[in-house]
Write a protein that binds this ligand. Structure first.
Ligand SMILES: CCN[C@H]1CN(CCOC)S(=O)(=O)c2sc(S(N)(=O)=O)cc21
Ligand SMILES: [Zn+2]
Length: 260
């Protein structure tokens, strides 16, 4: 595919050249304005059952750090809320900023957070493969969780402690038995809207579910993400992986609904 990144030349403002859908009608992320969100009484709670989830590995794909799951059956799904079917957990990854400034993709009333966790799920009821789902209008459901700096997150250590193993683009290591339930905040109240992938290929295939309550992580833990590199081991340029976030995109008349 085409090379893209988060730099001056290859960053979000240039993605439209190779991915014209970047200027589409349901692009993500967006700025969420809570008092403009419509409260939908028939929008039920979301349910996640990650108990039998099976993480497989953790890797650096040159854009983020990704934990992949075995999605060969319905052992780890998200359902309810705006979803007509259960959606299978495929991977989760993060977006974050540079030292001391914002790094989330979605913003709330113009405010960003230090980081944003994306748990990516796909509609295996309607679509045979992940690839097929990733291009369908109701193919993916991404659960977004804001990370704000504060106390140490006791479970995020399981991830930050192994990041040194995936410092370089293209590195991958075993990462079994991690249950992402430990990364969820106490409240599952959410906003939801129809959007897209926030990276190329920017497919308009995502039902976004953004939790209102952030989780707290320490500055030290966030700093561990920033020791990752965008570049490969044999690359003499050591480009620190940070600010790997797309800024908010035009809402284009879309409705954001609120659980309550
Ligand atoms: C670096 C590439 N990122 C993407 C890779 N995939 C798309 C292609 O797959 C067939 S994906 O579906 O895993 C997702 S979800 C996602 S976000 N930030 O919107 O949650 C980005 C991507
Ligand atoms: Zn993401």
């Amino acid at each position: 595919g085409h090379h893209w990144g988060y730099g001056k030349e290859d960053g979000p403002s240039s993605w439209y050249k190779n991915y014209p859908v970047a200027e589409g009608n349901r692009q993500s992320p967006i700025d969420i304005v809570p008092n403009e969100a419509s409260h939908d009484r028939d929008l039920g709670p979301i349910m996640t059952n990650y108990d039998h989830c099976t993480s497989i590995n953790i890797s650096n794909n040159g854009h983020s750090v990704v934990v992949e799951f075995n999605d060969s059956d319905d052992r780890s799904v998200i359902k309810g809320g705006p979803l007509d079917n259960p959606y299978r957990l495929k991977q989760f990854h993060f977006h974050w900023g540079g030292k001391g400034h914002e790094g989330s993709e979605h913003t709330v009333s113009g405010e960003g957070f230090a980081s944003e966790l994306h748990l990516v799920h796909w509609n295996a009821v309607k679509y045979k493969t992940y690839g097929e789902a990733s291009t369908a209008p109701d193919g993916l459901a991404v659960l977004g969780i804001f990370l704000e700096t504060g106390d140490d997150h006791r479970w995020l250590h399981m991830i930050t402690d192994v990041l040194y193993m995936v410092k370089y683009k293209g590195s991958i290591t075993d990462f079994k038995g991690f249950n992402p339930k430990c990364l969820l905040p106490s409240s599952l109240h959410y906003w939801t809207y129809l959007g897209s992938l926030t990276t190329p290929p920017l497919h308009e295939s995502v039902i976004w579910i953004i939790l209102k309550e952030p989780i707290e992580v320490s500055e030290k833990q966030l700093g561990m993400f920033r020791m990752l590199l965008f570049t490969e081991e044999d690359d003499d340029q050591k480009m620190r992986m940070e600010n790997n976030f797309r800024p908010p995109q035009p809402i284009k008349g879309r409705r954001v609904r609120s659980s309550n």
